[in-house]
Write a protein that binds this ligand. Structure first.
Ligand SMILES: [Ca+2]
Length: 241
């Protein structure tokens, strides 16, 4: 009898401890991890845009990786919008808003010549104007020039110009350059040399695509870039006012 009473008392004590443990919540677990101890973290060049992406390998000791994010002021999800553009509108699937949707799987598809995409050997520049949700002191742009919407790589953006404006009326050339084959499939940083302060509008102009020797290979060449020109994504980084 005494043994049975002792067993019951022990069982009651065990149940009480279990109930107290549940009420107290889980025990804190200390996971001291040195920066390079058991942790391999690769935050690729995509870091800085939303959503940030990276690879973190977690060991038994856990994993700690601090990172910062920065706002893409050109994101339509953040209030930016397309204020103007020229050329045809192949929306919604391939319209101009696809360059500010933060997706590198969607593309603005346009034409090299007339709006019908009749192949010629004369490239008519195509522009898109992005209205930002606030005045931004721009530190850099990021551009993915890659073609899509059924077009070949030759339709990727080549020569380009970026202008900025505080009001949508007066424009300052902030940057220009040429994207090549190596720039496809990624966001390429473009650093402005002027027009960085108080930017409310960004105008991106496609001056040429990546069709080899466009002036002589088009219109008869077998390049989709003879008819079409595309752009995947534009990002704007900096400090909002
Ligand atoms: Ca896109």
């Amino acid at each position: 009898m005494a043994r049975r009473t002792a067993l019951k008392a022990r069982a009651r004590a065990a149940r009480r401890r279990a109930a107290e443990a549940v009420a107290a919540g889980p025990e804190p677990v200390a996971r001291p991890v040195e920066p390079d101890d058991g942790l391999r973290a690769v935050l690729d060049e995509e870091l800085g845009r939303l959503p940030a992406r990276g690879t973190v390998t977690v060991t038994k000791a856990g994993a700690v990786k601090n990172f910062t994010v920065r706002r893409n002021w050109a994101a339509s999800s953040g209030g930016a919008s397309i204020a103007d553009f020229n050329g045809p509108d192949f929306g919604p699937a391939c319209g101009p808003p696809q360059v500010i949707d933060t997706s590198q799987a969607t593309v603005w598809g346009s034409t090299t010549g007339n709006d019908a995409g009749d192949p010629t050997n004369v490239f008519v520049p195509k522009f898109v104007v992005i209205a930002l949700p606030a005045a931004v002191d721009v530190t850099d742009f990021a551009v993915d020039p890659t073609a899509g919407c059924g077009d070949g790589g030759s339709a990727s953006t080549g020569d380009f110009r970026i202008e900025t404006s505080p009001n949508g009326t007066t424009w300052t050339q902030a940057a220009s350059g040429t994207f090549t084959l190596d720039d496809r499939g990624r966001l390429n940083t473009v650093t402005p040399t002027a027009g960085t302060q108080g930017v409310r509008f960004v105008r991106f102009t496609i001056l040429g695509n990546q069709t080899p020797d466009f002036a002589t290979n088009c219109p008869g060449g077998a390049f989709s870039g003879c008819s079409f020109t595309d752009l995947t994504e534009i990002e704007v980084h900096g400090a909002g006012n």
